[in-house]
Design a protein around this ligand. Structure first.
Ligand code: GTP
Ligand code: SPV
Ligand code: MN
Length: 602
């Protein structure tokens, strides 16, 4: 028997059977039950440094840099699968295979895949352990990088295993980098496999991942569990798992609001969640920057909680001027950087962080100077840091109930058409806005960057079931509210509209507080808006621009609702809805028809 099976730290029979089964299949050298301790962090980071997977970042306490294989730098949407029995249940937006086919295919891949490696067992919990029903998971992985990342990103370790007791339900999440070692074969610093599968079995709530060590492909509590499996659970149980930030906004009068925002990958969630308002008297506190679980509260309102324990944020563009609170968070150390540059002074650097260093080592390990041709850091390079280090973390963060939501923002990255902010008429119109959300693709996923695609509710790569059913679930959540006035108001924002020269019309970042101000003043019935074909829109004079040095023409252009641009959008929406097919709720076709008639199109 492999060591690690003999004196296991749990008597959970189901878990022990699964660990034994995986060990038998993948044949690791040893099994390690992760305890989540500081000693474990120290041991694994030291081992990874000695081995060359990590390099210390001496300028920041207890921080490290990983350089991945250049072919393993982002989520792989083409290799992500939803394996429901019926292909219709995965829907037209997901890759599908039958569960049987995927189990067979991946079992073959996993056979012996951990040979020569250590198999780590990571008990974790998404969300609070104090929750009515704690959302347990266990990840088995052969990557120590995954273990230390999970130390930061999720509640994990012995206390979770103890809380699971002998019979708790959990989501089994199996991960292998797919790089077995023959006796005597030397290892590489970032093992992975050209063959990659990120597979989900929503009916049996299981996750199987193979071939990639990176972020959303390998930290299986995050996108795989908290979004894809989570969304399927939410459909069955009457809640929502969403790709959303959560923030608390306090007005100068001391009124407290909670806002969630669904923006696609690398479209500004982390930045908005940690915003430092530029308008006096307003305060933002952070609750979450990537994932929100939305559930009904006893008061009949929708409450949001963040199931994660850390931040896995986009590095490029992060700076004291754009996101000072993220900088303060990572400055405290205990941070893992992936695919950024390391300066001669032993600090990290990336594009968008002030003046470039004279000399650095780039993300591929090559010498880099400001004259070098390539980027110092991969566009999807990231910092992985404990959320507790965020200096503006809200005191409600640990509350298992979360916070009651006043407004939901949908947003995308669009150079044209979409105004800075629009308020939906009602819940169903808000669902229409979310369902038709569009955005330019980013480096967060492998593939072409800058292509406009529909990314409904910023969940295109994360809906664990049929997108038509998902929209229906959103509409149903509105219907199940005991009182429509208790539902959050929905808004649609776009920080990324551009002028003819390609520059951003709106300054963004801290200045987005001006938009948040308009949002809460709409909730309070204080701010003006005009009714346009697409919803309620502010005029330039409705946005507080005091102290903002901005060309009034740019402000007007950022807010503009151009009927011609919106008419051009209609066939794209029609094509999108047609693609979703017969499970698209009729209410959304009705919303499209209503929009057409308001635009004077029949
Ligand atoms: P994921 O972690 O991939 O889900 O991304 P995210 O939505 O949290 O995106 P993030 O806040 O990390 O921002 C992604 C990129 O957009 C970074 O390079 C930011 O600097 C940039 N960005 C964020 N907010 C703004 C904004 O208001 N205006 C502009 N111009 N850029 C922004
Ligand atoms: C995203 O792509 O939306 C992320 C990064 O938040 S990853 O965890 O890699 O999915
Ligand atoms: Mn994300």
């Amino acid at each position: 028997m492999v060591t690690g099976l003999k004196n296991p730290p749990t008597d959970h029979a189901g878990l022990l059977a699964w660990v034994a089964e995986v060990a038998e299949l993948t044949t690791p050298d040893q099994i390690v039950w992760c305890d989540g301790s500081d000693a474990e962090w120290k041991r694994l980071t030291s081992e990874l440094v000695a081995f060359g997977t990590l390099e210390p970042v001496p300028a920041k306490p207890d921080s490290f840099l990983a350089r991945t294989n250049p072919n393993d730098v982002a989520r792989v949407e083409e290799r992500t699968f939803i394996c429901s029995t019926n292909p219709e249940d995965a829907g037209p937006t997901n890759n599908w295979t039958s569960p049987e086919y995927m189990r067979e295919t991946m079992t073959d891949l996993y056979r012996g895949s951990m040979r020569g490696r250590t198999m780590y067992v990571i008990p974790f919990c998404m969300g609070s352990l104090e929750a009515e029903k704690p959302m347990f998971g266990v990840e088995i992985t052969d990557s120590a990088y995954v273990v230390i990342s999970m130390h930061i990103m999720a509640r994990m370790g012995t206390h979770v295993l103890e809380a699971m007791g002998g019979d708790a339900e959990y989501v089994p999440a199996l991960h292998s980098v797919g790089a077995p070692l023959e006796p005597g074969q030397s290892d590489v610093s970032w093992p992975c496999n050209d063959t990659k599968y990120i597979s989900h079995f929503p009916e049996t709530r299981e996750i199987w991942s193979y071939g990639s060590g990176y972020g959303g492909n390998s930290l299986l509590g995050k996108k795989c569990y908290a979004l894809r499996i989570g969304s399927a659970m939410g459909r069955d149980e009457g809640w929502l798992a969403e790709h959303m930030l959560i923030l608390r906004l306090t007005s100068p009068e001391g009124k407290v609001y909670h806002i969630t925002g669904a923006f696609p990958s690398a479209c500004g969630k982390t930045n908005l969640a940690m915003l430092e308002p530029t308008i006096p008297g307003w305060k933002v506190e952070t609750l979450g920057d990537d994932i929100a679980w939305l559930r009904w509260g006893e008061d009949g309102r929708l409450w949001a909680s963040n199931p994660e324990y850390g931040l896995f944020g986009v590095a490029p563009g992060t700076d004291y001027r754009t996101n000072p609170n993220a900088m303060r968070t990572i400055e405290k150390g205990h941070t893992l950087f992936t695919n950024v540059a390391l300066t001669e002074e032993g600090d990290v650097w990336w594009e968008g962080m002030g003046e470039p260093p004279a000399n650095a080592t780039d993300w591929k390990g090559n010498e880099w100077t400001p004259d070098s041709e390539g980027l110092s850091s991969h566009p999807n390079s990231r910092f992985c840091t404990p959320i507790k280090q965020c200096p503006i973390l809200s005191d409600a963060y640990e509350d298992p109930r979360g916070v009651p939501i006043d407004a939901i923002l949908f947003g995308g990255r669009r150079a044209t058409t979409i105004p800075l902010v629009t308020q939906a008429r009602d819940w169903t119109h808000g669902v229409y806005m979310g369902a038709t959300l569009s955005s330019e693709t980013t480096a967060a996923a492998v593939g072409q960057v800058g292509v406009v695609r529909r990314d409904p509710m910023a969940m295109l790569p994360f809906i664990g079931y049929n997108a038509g059913d998902y929209f229906d679930h959103w509409i149903g959540m509105g219907k199940s509210a005991d009182d429509e006035s208790k539902l959050p108001s929905v808004f649609y924002v776009n920080w990324f509209r551009r002028d003819e020269d390609g520059g951003f019309l709106w300054p963004g970042f801290g200045e987005n507080s001006r938009v948040l101000k308009w949002v809460v003043e709409r909730l309070e019935g204080k701010a003006e808006a005009v009714e346009t074909p697409i919803g309620f829109n502010p005029r330039p004079e409705d946005i507080d621009v005091e102290g903002l040095d901005m060309d009034p023409n740019d402000l007007a252009a950022s807010l503009k609702v151009d009927p011609e641009e919106w008419k051009a959008e209609l066939p794209l929406v029609e094509e999108w809805f047609t693609k979703i097919g017969n499970r698209l709720p009729t209410q959304l076709w009705a919303e499209l028809d209503a929009l057409k008639s308001r635009l004077g199109v029949d």
